[in-house]
Design a protein around this ligand. Structure first.
Ligand code: PMP
Length: 405
């Protein structure tokens, strides 16, 4: 009976957001959820998105018909070019297929579901430790076994590259290795290009299947090509792989759920036939789960990516967001160093993207929440965009106090 359903725990991140909202303290600070805020701590609608919205809304031909099962073709083709690069061998040789999804989460799920059905031999999926918390439940929900490889070094607060390589080398051949394309969540720590090259060699030796999760392209460095470097390198190296792509952060389209799933086959004579068969299976999975994806966010993103002038404006908007975050990294580090807060703080500026893994302990995090009404996840992760010129010093002082106690 229904009474037998056990209580599930609340999602920690969304629970944190609710606690922040309920707090009436005027200086409260939200460093929890990974959503961009402007210098006034307000959500920012990208100016280029406002322009695209205006164009769409005044288009007399706009209607609310269903999109095709694979989504809006002008959007998915632009999304593929954005991540793979216009002259990608996978695109030139027509061995990539792209399906519009419910943002990045939906894309990770589509990949997970597809692999659970068609990847030979019930493979284990390896994540970095730590990773985006949702990876665990998305892959478990489709019945794939999960495991982790080392990633973060607590002592350097940087990459534990030797541990990462060891973990990937020890995984059985033909495992699925989940990789964050850039701006790793939650650590903000990415491999260097040299390290990515070593990883490619290792994955190839082991016949592992790379699954790239790309939620921050352009948002991390402000440079779309730079943030796609690892994915493009693996494609050039001839890997068969898949990519989950989110447009939540880089277009600020969080709630519109614009995303894309791409599957790329390796080069070979049958590549086009294979990709046709994969597309046919993805179409069935999509049809049975969401029938067809939501239109609005894809229309906005598609319009911008396909228009030269809007695209340029988007790149400027990306630089505004990534630039403000980088300046907050510098400000936080220098405030902590000025205060002489015990410990080293170079990792704040070394890490990139939306998040910083501060190294604060759970006890310190909870103390800061109680004393200063600053909300961050218990693992010491802070969303950098929650900091601004008005609260960075306040936050640094709260950290200083907690670290000294
Ligand atoms: N993957 C990672 C690593 C993320 O950080 C996120 C966003 N938090 C996502 C996927 C997907 O987010 P969304 O579904 O909002 O696009």
């Amino acid at each position: 009976t229904a009474e037998a359903v056990p209580q599930a725990p609340e999602d920690p991140l969304f629970g944190l957001m609710a606690a922040y909202r309920a707090d009436t303290f005027d200086k409260k600070v939200d460093l929890g959820i990974g959503a961009y805020r402007d210098d006034n701590a307000k959500p920012w609608v990208l100016p280029v998105v406002k322009r695209a919205d205006e164009i769409l809304r005044t288009d007399p031909a706009l209607n609310h018909e269903y999109l095709p099962i694979a989504g809006l073709a002008t959007f998915t083709s632009a999304a593929a070019k954005l991540i793979l690069g216009e002259s990608s061998p996978a695109l030139l040789e027509k061995r990539a297929t792209s399906f519009q999804t419910i943002s990045g989460t939906g894309a990770v799920h589509m990949g997970a579901l597809f692999l659970s059905k068609f990847f030979p031999g019930n493979p284990t999926v390896y994540f970095s430790n730590p990773t985006w918390a949702n990876h665990h439940q998305i892959f478990s929900n489709v019945g794939l076994p999960i495991a982790t490889y080392p990633y973060f070094s607590k002592s350097t607060k940087g990459l534990d590259f030797e541990g990462m390589k060891r973990g990937i080398a020890e995984a059985p051949d033909h495992s699925i290795i989940l990789l964050h394309a850039c701006a790793h969540n939650p650590t903000g720590v990415d491999p260097t290009q040299e390290q990515w090259k070593e990883l490619a060699v290792l994955l190839k030796e082991k016949s592992h299947f790379p699954f790239f999760d790309c939620a921050y392209q352009g948002f991390a460095s402000g440079d779309l090509a730079k943030d796609a470097w690892a994915v493009r390198y693996f494609v050039e190296e001839g890997f068969e792989l898949c990519i989950a792509q989110s447009f939540a952060k880089n277009f600020g389209l969080y709630g519109e759920r614009a995303g894309c799933f791409h599957f790329v086959t390796g080069p070979g004579v049958d590549a086009q036939t294979t990709i046709g068969r994969i597309s046919s299976q993805l179409a069935i999975l999509q049809r049975s789960e969401i029938s067809n994806p939501p239109a609005y966010g894809a229309r906005i993103a598609g319009l911008i990516m396909n228009d030269e002038e809007l695209f340029k404006e988007w790149e400027e908007n990306l630089r505004t967001m990534s630039g403000r975050i980088i300046s907050m990294r510098k400000a936080l580090r220098s405030k902590l160093e000025e205060l002489g807060t015990p410990g080293t703080w170079n990792h704040i500026t070394d890490q990139i993207g939306m998040f910083s893994f501060t190294g604060l302990t759970e006890k310190q995090v909870l103390q800061i929440r109680e004393d200063a009404h600053v909300y961050m996840t218990k693992n010491g992760r802070i969303s950098m965009a929650g900091l601004n010129t008005g609260n960075v010093e306040y936050f640094a002082k709260a950290v200083d106090k907690a670290v000294r106690e």
